[in-house]
Write a protein that binds this ligand. Structure first.
Ligand code: ADP
Ligand code: MG
Length: 455
């Protein structure tokens, strides 16, 4: 039997190598490894996100077929990015220096004058395209960067959906105020990093040092504070609260980002939420068409890719959800143009971005989601809207609510209503529970991704 995922995958690679073009094999498969085989999912280790996306989009059915034959049953395939592989060989000789997702907790070497999380050089005001969707948040951020702690925007809370530029703006503040000397000591961290630092400080009996590090800065930026609400983090929240007060009392600037309006953060202490109102809440809306075009042009320019205006217009028209997806599109076109040395026409763009576009264009209903989830968990679909609280039903229901929240435009209230008349707070709770589980459990993340794909 195949207990060892490494060997199992090596066997599959032997087969695949003989089935496809050598260059494609070398580019996309050679650096992969088998990572894990669970009940129904095989996880493949890949060197970077781009490879994961590419394999998933272009070679998934081949991989599934070969794996299925080796294992003797149908398996789902998940990809996992593990950096260690990428250090050996770069898969593409392309300027694919996309920064790793900033939300990942990182302990970087401290830049002069402070530090904490890593700052990405490209996340500056200069590289930020301003449109009606984000001009308010941009103006507030610039004001704060110019006079940290001296405006009424303290704290500045930037909130908005995924991939709309919150981290970019927060980092732009950090870059600007460092470059212009408006602050000396900066700390930029994700809320996860804050939590990790705090927990470590307790374990190592260094809570004094922790307080010292976090309270003696001129500018503290905490990214994605919604993670403070996950799980049992009462003590972390309390510590954050004290940090917050200490900084604010001594006139230091606090900048926070959040993926939703703070008042929707169930599980965040009320005294914290009410303190956010002392400063400024600035939202970022999804980008309008003109902003999307401008962002595409800027990204393409930066990556040295010339895209015909017609193609830019086509992409901006098709990809509307978030800016990260727009960037992904440019990256993909860049790879394509370089691998196949061809010009990017609208037709090429349509072909290369096929799957992304499909995702954007589809129109999923809550019933579709309920059916897909019920099928996945082998449950009758009616049970998702029924009263039962049986554990396996509860999880399936939460997953369905989460997908409804993220894959449709329905309001929390309407989603709750369509799940047997449940309250909107139940939906919020479900989303948090699912996000939390997804953070802890890669396999569960695979299930979610698959459900999304299948919708
Ligand atoms: P969030 O933190 O809101 O999830 P990010 O700040 O990580 O989103 O932004 C996602 C990507 O989109 C980043 O690479 C960022 O540089 C880019 N981006 C977002 N907004 C803009 C903008 N207005 N102009 C240029 N690039 C943007
Ligand atoms: Mg972010």
């Amino acid at each position: 039997m195949h207990d060892d995922p490494v060997q199992l995958w090596a066997k599959c690679l032997d087969v695949i190598e003989n089935m496809i073009n050598r260059q494609i094999y070398e580019t996309w498969f050679k650096q992969t490894r088998g990572l894990a085989l669970s009940q129904d999912t095989f996880t493949v280790q890949v060197p970077n996100q781009f490879a994961a996306d590419w394999l998933e989009e272009h070679h998934l059915s081949l991989i599934k077929k070969v794996l299925g034959r080796e294992v003797g049953r149908e398996v789902f395939v998940g990809f996992r990015v593990l950096e260690t592989v990428s250090q050996k060989v770069e898969p593409l000789t392309l300027p694919l220096a996309r920064p790793p997702p900033p939300s990942r907790p990182q302990i970087a070497a401290s830049p002069p004058g402070g530090g904490g999380g890593e700052l990405y050089p490209g996340y500056t005001f200069d590289n930020f395209v301003v449109g009606t969707c984000n001009q308010f948040a941009h103006a507030a951020s610039l004001a704060v960067a110019e006079s940290p702690g001296k405006t009424v925007f303290n704290p500045l809370v930037i909130y908005g959906g995924v991939g709309l530029g919150k981290t970019h703006l927060a980092q732009a503040i950090a870059h600007y105020s460092t470059a212009h000397g408006t602050v000396e000591r900066i700390r930029f961290v994700s809320s996860e990093q804050f939590t990790i630092d705090f927990i470590n400080s307790i374990q190592e009996r260094k809570t004094k040092e922790f307080a010292q590090t976090y309270r003696h800065v001129d500018l503290l930026l905490v990214d994605d504070i919604q993670f403070f609400c996950h799980g049992q983090k009462d003590r972390t929240q309390e510590e954050f609260f004290y940090t917050f007060d200490a900084l604010r009392q001594s006139g230091k600037q606090i900048v926070l980002t959040c993926d939703r309006p703070p008042k929707e953060l169930t599980g965040l202490e009320e005294r914290l939420v009410s303190r956010f109102k002392w400063g400024l809440l600035a939202d970022i809306q999804p980008a309008d068409y003109e902003t999307r075009v401008a962002i595409l042009q800027k990204k393409a320019e930066k990556d040295g890719l010339s895209i015909h205006p017609e193609v830019t217009a086509f992409i901006a028209d098709q990809i509307t959800s978030n800016i990260r997806d727009l960037e992904g599109a440019v990256l993909r076109l860049l790879a394509y143009a370089s691998l196949f040395r061809c010009d990017i026409t609208t037709e090429v763009a349509r072909q290369v971005l096929k799957d992304t576009l499909k995702k954007e264009l589809r129109d999923v209903s809550i019933e579709d989601i309920q059916r897909a989830v019920a099928r996945h968990y082998s449950l009758p679909v009616e049970i998702l809207t029924a009263k039962t609280r049986r554990k396996e039903v509860a999880l399936a229901r939460q997953v369905a609510m989460y997908l409804a929240r993220h894959q449709t435009h329905e309001s929390l209230k309407d989603i709750g209503a369509q799940f047997g008349g449940r309250d909107h707070t139940t939906v919020i709770h479900a989303c948090q529970a699912v996000e939390e589980l997804a953070m802890q459990d890669p396999e569960f993340r695979g299930v979610l991704d698959r459900l999304v794909k299948d919708l």
